[in-house]
Design a protein around this ligand. Structure first.
Ligand code: AP5
Length: 190
């Protein structure tokens, strides 16, 4: 299928959606187009139609086998989309029973990304963003736990690069420096 497949990841609340939206505005002005897709939304549509959850934040508490089925069906649907595609998802998901790979073999085989981006920032900034976002039901965790999750994401992204031959790029989305991270994101998408 023609076009680039780029996966955007980052722990919840790091601001990946915000950075992507700003980068896409910059690229649109230059005539570079991407279709932006949220993996969680595709999973949620499947989960709702199977009657297993009422809201998207419940998905990470589901049984591992159920999450696997949702991931697989979402990946199959996304693989059908042609052109440049940007997939907003998670390198790993923090579940009550430990980290779940967001891009296991059955997802990567379908999508075969060209690039994986890790959006990161200081764990204290992420904690503050979560605490001030009233629209979502965020997990209650401290900054040390957020730091561990970001570290785990780097490790698991390396294994995704080994499996697919894609490149891995880290972008820092620091407070008050959104334009800098959006410019860096636009550069890798160009
Ligand atoms: P998803 O929909 O991706 O939810 P999320 O992880 O909570 O991500 P968000 O998009 O809500 O947060 P964000 O990091 O993009 O931050 P935002 O831009 O909003 O996933 C939902 C669920 O789907 C998951 O929990 C999981 O169950 C499931 N799922 C998804 N993919 C999966 C997979 N592959 N396998 C298994 N399950 C999967 O910004 C946050 C806040 O920060 C905002 O208030 C914003 O204004 C602020 N902010 C952003 N940038 C800055 C900045 N530079 N300075 C100051 N403030 C900033």
């Amino acid at each position: 299928m023609v076009g680039k497949k780029v996966i955007i990841t980052g722990v919840p609340g790091v601001g990946k959606t915000t950075v992507v939206n700003e980068a896409l505005k910059k690229l649109k002005n230059e005539g570079v187009e991407y279709q932006s897709i949220n993996f969680g939304t595709f999973m949620f549509e499947v989960a709702k139609s199977d009657n297993v959850v009422q809201d998207r934040d419940q998905m990470r508490t589901l049984d591992r086998a159920v999450q696997k089925r949702l991931q697989q069906r979402a990946a199959q649907a996304i693989a059908q989309i042609s052109g440049n595609v940007l997939i907003d998802t998670h390198a790993s998901v923090k579940t009550p029973k430990g980290y779940l790979a967001g891009l296991p073999e059955w997802v990567l085989r379908e999508i075969m990304p060209d690039l994986i981006v890790l959006v990161e920032t200081d764990e204290d900034q992420i904690l503050m963003r979560r605490l001030t976002d009233e629209t979502r039901s965020r997990d209650k965790e401290g900054s040390r736990s957020i730091a561990e999750h970001q570290q785990f994401n780097r490790a698991i992204a390396a294994s995704y690069a080994m499996m697919t031959g894609c490149t891995v790029k880290m972008i820092t989305n620091a407070d008050f420096l959104l334009d800098r991270s959006a410019t860096e994101m636009a550069e890798v998408l160009r």
